[in-house]
Structures are given as C-alpha cells and as structure tokens.
Write a protein that binds this ligand. Structure first.
Ligand SMILES: N[C@@H](CCC[C@H](N)C(=O)O)C(=O)O
Length: 362
C-alpha cells in the first residue's frame, strides 16, 4: 500500500512510533479509514511505502518525491498573473508564443466569474506584435465579448511585459490593439503613462445611431432612456463611450446617488448603440477635477475604466465644463488625464499592480 502525505505529516511519519500512534488513532485494520487519511492529506511531497500485512510492522522507506499537486498538471491548466488598475482587475496570460488566445471566450467568461472562477473584469492576452509593433494586446470582457481596447488593462499589460522580459525602470512599448497603436510607458515611480491616441467623434464610427449635432459629432444630445431625457456626448477611444453629466434640464449629477445596476444596462443595450456602449456618469467637482461612476459594456459596474476616463475628459472639454488636463476620481482611485492640443492625443497616467500568480483548471 502506498500512502502519500503532506511534507509536515510525512516528516512525522518517518518515526514509526508516530505512525503507530496514527494507526492506533485511525484503526490499524481499517483501510477505509486510512483511505480517508490519504485523501485528506494527499497533497504532499513525500511518499511512504507501508507494509499492508501489519500496521505494527511498518517499514517506512522514503522514495523520490512526485510533482506536487500544483506542478503536476501540465494540460488543462492556464497559468496567469492577476493584475488590477485601480480595482479594474484582469487575468493576464502570457500568449507571446501564439497569435491565437490560449482560451476561448466561453472559458474566459467562466474564469472571470467571481464565485465559480478566479474572478476578474476581463482576460488579457500578451501576444506577438504585428506590423512592426512590439506586442499585440487582446482582451475578453467578463461576459466573454471582445472589446477593441482597455485603458486600465494596457497599463497592467505594460507591467506584465516588464515582468516577463525582466525589465527594470523606465520602459515604453508599442502595442497593437483593436483601437490601433497604443504606447504605454512605465515611469520611474512604477506608474504607467499611456498615449491613448486620438478620440473618435464621428457618430457612425463611435458607433451611435444618434444624429450628429456638431458636424458629425454627438455632443450634449438628447437620449431618452426608460422614458427620461438625458444629455449625452458620444466618444470612441477605439471602444464606444456614452458620457453624461445629467438629465436634460436637471441638476448636475451626484454620482453617489445613482442606481447604477438599474440604469447602466438600459444605456448599454440602448437601440442607439449598435455595438452596445460603456457609459460614464460624471460629476464636475471643478474645471480640473471630475468624479465618475461607470457601467461597462460586457462587464457591468467596475471600479475604474481608463478609456472611460479619457472619453469623459473629451466630453467635458467639448461641453465647456472642464480643462484639458484633469484628475478623474473613479471608485477605485484617481487617474490623471490630459487631452493635448498639440497632437490631439489623450494621455492617461495611473497605477497597475500584480496581486497574485495562479494556475486555473480549465
Ligand atoms: N475597463 C476598461 C474597458 C474594457 C472594455 C469595455 N468593457 C468595452 O467593452 O469596451 C478600461 O479601463 O478602459
């Protein structure tokens, strides 16, 4: 009979006296009870060969340790690192050896489940670059859908690449995404500053079916949601955003008072947004300080949204509510956003942190 035991237990079991004690406790003739012991403690690095004939005449011989439970499964396992950017959390996968994601959209949705999986707002794949870029980033939302871009995700991506490539200090990468070229730069203090590119305002490119009211852009336009009129500005950061500072003719929003779970899905699935939409609800604290809550397409209420923070600064500038450089308070913390006049690009600066390494069973 072979019994595997935990390393602590196995050390103890090397003393046959102690094994006698275990066998007396468990019942020397009961393989069933010993079976229970085996199941309960069979996670270790040491094996004992025990004579089945008599528990009193035990010969304990240490043989080579097998792979631990954590190392032993090579197939059906996804190795990952969990990161977050202001509480917007992602499962990062090293996919540099292939241009096909290592898991399907259905598997990603299961992994993101906070009760039955790892729990995350999305899964991000670090892939080989295309068209001369260093890397490609793809992401699946927690519902399994694939967005074009993710602002907090790209900061996590940059830190993940730095870990994988063992890079220290300041570094910048060119990253191909569904929103085009994105360039994050890791700063000396560990924060990541990202060139998020140029915002897209043309209604059909956002996309929204709302008619352009400032040229082809939709700025402070009326959107009826569940019988109530809201003022919205539509901006794409590669992915679609609907930004609102409140209802038509109503007071400025107090974002803490919103019932996001109720109103969020009504914006997300509104018929005016053929690709669904992310929605940012914004409160103006000053011309350089904004506060927002977000309902994300494919992920629901999250603690932060980087593309959303960029989109709302663009909307605030276009609506004449704020300056081009703002601090945006999100439920998970602040982001620094600047929409530069010189190049029309938006720059986002914020943190990204690794929180744990893991292996998920698929
Ligand atoms: N949280 C992200 C945005 C992720 C994608 C979004 N849910 C979508 O479907 O467009 C961010 O930080 O930008």
């Amino acid at each position: 009979m072979e019994i595997a035991a935990t390393s602590t237990v196995s050390v103890a079991l090397q003393s046959s006296r102690l094994l006698h004690a275990f066998s007396r406790k468990l019942g020397s003739s009961s393989s069933l009870r010993f079976g229970f012991f085996e199941r309960k403690y069979c996670v270790g690095s040491s094996r004992l060969r025990v004579s089945a004939a008599s528990m009193d005449a035990v010969t304990a011989e240490k043989i080579s340790p097998p792979a631990s439970f954590l190392d032993k499964r090579e197939t059906g396992v996804l190795h990952f690192v969990k990161y977050h950017g202001l509480g917007n959390d992602f499962i990062l996968v090293d996919n540099r050896d292939s241009s096909e994601p290592k898991i399907t959209q259905e598997q990603a949705a299961k992994l993101c489940d906070r009760n039955f999986g790892v729990g995350a707002d999305g899964v991000i794949f670090a892939m080989p670059g295309v068209n001369g870029t260093d890397y490609t980033m793809r992401i699946f939302n927690s519902d399994g859908s694939e967005p074009e871009m993710c602002g907090n995700g790209v900061r996590c991506f940059a830190r993940f690449i730095a870990e994988l490539e063992n890079l220290q200090g300041q570094h910048s990468f060119t990253i191909h995404t569904g929103a085009g070229l994105i360039v994050p730069e890791i700063q000396d203090d560990g924060q990541v500053k990202v060139d998020m590119g140029v915002p897209i305002l043309k209604a059909q490119d956002v996309p929204t079916k709302l008619a352009g009211n400032k040229g082809e852009a939709v700025i402070q336009a009326e959107l009826v949601v569940d019988g109530e009129s809201w003022n919205v500005t539509c901006v794409s950061m590669g992915n679609p955003h609907c930004v609102t500072f409140g209802k038509k003719g109503g007071p400025n929003l107090k974002v803490d008072d919103l019932n996001l779970q109720e109103i969020g899905p009504k914006f997300e699935h509104h018929e005016m947004f053929p690709a669904r939409t992310n929605t940012e609800f914004v409160q103006v604290l000053s011309r350089s300080h904004l506060k927002m809550r977000v309902w994300e397409r494919g992920a629901g209420a999250t603690l932060a949204c980087g593309t959303g923070a960029c989109a709302l600064v663009v909307a605030a500038v276009l609506e004449g509510r704020a300056n081009r450089k703002c601090t945006v308070d999100l439920p998970g913390g602040p982001l620094e956003i600047e929409w530069k006049q010189e190049d029309n690009h938006i720059y986002m600066t914020g943190p990204a942190e690794a929180v744990f390494y893991g292996s998920a069973l698929l």
